[in-house]
Design a protein around this ligand. Sequence first.
Ligand SMILES: NC(=O)c1ccc[n+]([C@@H]2O[C@H](COP(=O)([O-])OP(=O)(O)OC[C@H]3O[C@@H](n4cnc5c(N)ncnc54)[C@H](O)[C@@H]3O)[C@@H](O)[C@H]2O)c1
Length: 254
Amino acid sequence: MSDTMFRLDGKVAVITGAATGLGAATAVALARAGAHVAVSDKPAESLQETSAKAGQHGHRVFEFDMDVRDLEQIRAGIAAVASEFGHVDILVNNAGINRPSPALEVTAENWDDHFNTNIKGGFFCAQEVAKLMIPRGWGRIIFISSQSGLIGIPGQPVYCSTKGAVIQLTRTLGVEWAKHGITVNSIAPTFVETNLTRKRLQNPEFLSFVLGKIPCGKLAMPEDVAAAVVYLASEEAGMVNAATLPVDGGWTAW
Ligand SMILES: NC(=O)c1ccc[n+]([C@@H]2O[C@H](COP(=O)([O-])OP(=O)(O)OC[C@H]3O[C@@H](n4cnc5c(N)ncnc54)[C@H](O)[C@@H]3O)[C@@H](O)[C@H]2O)c1
């Protein structure tokens, strides 16, 4: 084992949904650990700020548009990364949406949007990068699931279902691709203040409910999740596979 652990020097990492929030923090953390980062988001979302911050660590940064609901964009996007860097070592499937709706008010459109983005998109990104990883015999695929995939949260039946599916997909891909040197893991964060959650967390009643459920007594920070990604992407995490790591301050343990 080297003196310096969790380094990713020379690795190429793709991050989806990297314009804001956890994806942006993850791109910066991976660059800080030595990786070249290929950052993507839906067309029209600006990646400029993420690229500028990631670029400060002196490694290559490549921006590309990729709406993960669109399989053609996935194929073209991953092909563009392969053409830029020659290979892909790490995929962070981070892009996701959460539009809470009580079960009785869920529409088919709301259902399809969540499943197409949170689970179908992540699967096909994984499939596309695995085609590049398998011949090289090494890869790290990390899904950002959620504590909502481990517990039920009232008013979020669709989001929770997609995140539960992500955890099950993680197990399945992890056991299927381990023989190729690829590990597949997921991270299950508790609430982090981002564009996804800010409005709800600004409600003092909701914030107090959330903090009351987290034994550590605070929200997670984007950097807490990013640090877990760096670990799971590292050589040292090679025996961690098909697992889900809660970054939830203990919420799901009681
Ligand atoms: N914030 C939290 O409390 C929290 C907790 C647990 C899990 N998560 C998960 O973390 C991930 C990131 O969430 P966040 O909190 O940073 O939210 P965010 O809204 O700040 O970031 C999500 C990013 O995904 C992008 N995105 C959405 N749909 C996309 C699509 N179809 N194609 C490509 N990109 C798309 C958005 O443009 C945005 O940049 C999500 O998967 C979310 O479910 C968040």
